[in-house]
Design a protein around this ligand. Structure first.
Ligand code: NAP
Length: 284
């Protein structure tokens, strides 16, 4: 498979990542099967794994998903240095709870330290503010991340679930390595932000790139284009995300090794102008 690498902070990586959220939330596979799914991603050449402190079922297992990623890396026979892990803090939602934003410096420090322990590392390569907490002044959350970076606990900093205003504000206070927002054929609201990131040379990680629900992939526009290329509808959906800007990197999720392998194979799918026009016009 031949594809162009994409830059994230100081690394160049395969243009399709993997989001490990579904290995931690309700409906998750067993820990052994989850490790198998992560190994399928590593074996397929995936170099970016997205996780977060709150990808778990109950508050007493914060860090569960990160510990799974750490175990999968430990037990993998390949070169661990090829794989980079993105962690997030600032949201304390679990599958059974409502979204609970907490962007206080105390919680960000606690979250980061929990992630460091769960991953078994001294430094997290890329750490993101998971969401903006309206109860905490934005600069306070950002300053907390800068402090963690100053202490060497995180190497690079990014933002998730932000808008243009917050990105520009944060950019004044620190170097932003990546933005992670939802982006897919079915959710295009963050497309202008993805373009802004490309202009600024910031990686844009597209979460939920398959629409988060399997049935979206049955759309006839998608299935027709997939048939033309002899590819899966999921690969076409991911290739559309990839085609939006040069710094966009989809991070599809999945519980099954088959899903992960299929998604990774989208890295070399180039869509024609006609394909892209049809997808742009697709009802969503
Ligand atoms: N920053 C944030 O606030 C935020 C929010 C949401 C998600 N995320 C991140 O983004 C990642 C992806 O989002 P997501 O998991 O919600 O949605 P998604 O990637 O759009 O969809 C995942 C679903 O698609 C299925 N799937 C995956 N690859 C497939 C393929 N090639 N063919 C057919 N079906 C396929 C999976 O099935 P199986 O489960 O059966 O394998 C899973 O049910 C998450 O894992 C998480 O890391 C971040």
């Amino acid at each position: 498979m031949v594809y162009t690498l994409r830059k994230v902070a100081d690394r160049e990586v395969m243009p399709i990542g993997f989001g490990a959220m579904r290995l931690g939330l309700e409906g998750r596979p067993s820990a052994d099967d989850s490790v198998g799914t992560l190994h399928a991603a590593f074996d397929a050449g995936v170099q970016l794994i997205d996780t977060a402190v709150n990808y778990c079922q109950d508050p007493d297992e914060f860090g569960y998903d990160e510990a799974l990623v750490a175990r999968a890396l430990r037990e993998w026979s390949g070169d661990r240095n090829q794989v980079s892990v993105i962690c997030k803090g600032g949201v304390l939602r679990t599958a059974t709870e409502q979204v609970l934003l907490n962007g206080s410096p105390e919680n960000l420090r606690w979250s980061c330290e929990t992630s460091l322990r769960s991953l078994g590392v001294d430094q997290i390569w890329l750490y993101l503010l998971h969401g903006v907490d309206p109860k905490v002044p934005f600069e306070e959350s950002i300053s907390a991340l800068v402090e963690l970076q100053r202490e060497g606990k995180v190497q690079h900093i990014g933002l998730s679930n932000v808008g243009r205003k917050q990105l520009m504000q944060a950019k004044e206070l620190m170097t932003i390595a990546s933005v992670q927002n939802g982006l897919s054929l079915w959710n295009r609201a963050s497309l202008p932000l993805a373009h802004l990131c490309a202009e600024l040379g910031i990686a844009f990680h597209a979460y939920g790139p398959l629409g988060s629900r399997g049935q979206d992939l049955l759309n006839p526009v998608l299935t027709n284009i997939a048939a033309r290329h002899g590819r899966s509808p999921a690969q076409v959906a991911l290739a559309w995300v990839l085609a939006q800007t040069d710094t966009t990197i989809p991070i599809p999720g999945g519980r099954r090794p088959e899903s992960v392998r299929d998604s990774a194979a989208a890295a070399d799918l180039e869509l024609s102008e006609l394909d892209l026009a049809e997808l742009d016009d697709m009802q969503h």
